[in-house]
Ligand binder design. Structure first.
Ligand code: PAF
Length: 291
């Protein structure tokens, strides 16, 4: 079956006028869609079924980029994005301009991410999560979805979105979708296209570190973190920001050997000028077979 081309909307008024009967799902993106985004759209389509509506937002949000980050060179590939989203069953692409999203210019009133927004990614990128949550809140208002899909790849973002939805009473269910990886383990990211072949090779140490941590998980949290850090210490060519084992609900560090329940092993490093992040969800005591 030839996939239908999604309807493209650029205004809040257009979205408001959009009729729908069944459930509405939203997948928020900054464009440059890859197989990881495709998995989100597929999950959204599966969830709402043929009677529901899948809206994909495409907006490179200036508020979440710090000074000296890659806002200007962030890939903008709307034509290709339409094809990817359409193939996976998106009904509508919402691709607004900056003025449409921020009609009053740079917003004075923003969502504050709180303490969880200041650790790990938030420590390296101050203000990043305030920018993310502000635009996510706006997109939730604009698209009014029953359910929203976010990638596990951005685990801290996912945790903060869940927390915002709970703290600010958004009536939207948040669903996490597992990270999609290349065959050699590299987590898909729109920023992977910046990597030279050498940097890409160096970047594989992140998923290797996570796999080593997973393999050590049956020996407890400390052994898990130690195994991941050992891989990163040995790897050349990377400027490591952190390797951390955290509570997935608060992103506070898991300390001691008595932790029971879910955990996230998260790593971040720079390969050349490109920042790479990755993580793996774990459970203690460990069950199941590691990668
Ligand atoms: O994950 C992303 O691509 C962005 O942070 C999001 C959620 C679309 C907000 O701009």
């Amino acid at each position: 079956m030839t996939p239908a081309t999604p309807q493209v909307l650029a205004t809040a008024a257009g979205l408001r006028a959009l009729p729908h009967t069944g459930e509405r799902a939203v997948v928020m993106t900054m464009g440059a869609l890859h197989e990881g985004h495709a998995a989100l759209v597929r999950a959204a389509r599966e969830r709402v079924g043929p009677g529901g509506q899948v809206v994909v937002t495409v907006f490179v949000n200036p508020l979440q980029f710090g000074a000296g980050e890659d806002l200007d060179r962030y890939p903008r590939t709307l034509e290709a994005d339409l094809l990817v989203a359409g193939k996976e069953g998106a009904d509508v692409i919402f691709a607004p301009s900056g003025d449409e999203v921020y009609p009053g210019g740079e917003p004075q009133v923003r969502v504050a991410a709180g303490p969880m927004g200041t650790v790990l990614e938030g420590a390296v990128r101050p203000g990043h999560f305030d920018g993310v949550l502000t635009v996510v809140a706006k997109m939730l208002h604009l698209t009014a979805p029953d359910v929203a899909f976010f990638g596990q790849k951005d685990a801290q973002q996912l945790a903060l979105v869940r927390r915002m939805v709970r703290d600010l009473n958004f009536p939207t269910e948040i669903v996490a979708v597992p990270t999609v990886r290349e065959d050699d383990g590299l987590a898909l990211s729109s920023r992977n296209r910046y990597l030279s072949p050498r940097e890409r090779e160096d970047g594989l140490a992140l998923s290797r570190a996570l796999a080593a941590g997973e393999r050590a998980a049956d020996r407890g949290p400390a052994a898990t973190l130690h195994a991941a850090r050992a891989v990163l210490e040995e790897a050349g060519g990377l400027d490591v920001d952190y390797a951390a084992l955290v509570d997935p609900a608060s992103f506070t560090a898991i300390e001691g050997e008595t932790w029971e329940g879910e955990a996230v092993l998260a790593v971040a490093a720079r390969a050349g000028t490109t920042r790479l992040i990755d993580n793996v969800p774990l459970r203690f005591p460990a069950t199941g077979s590691p990668r």
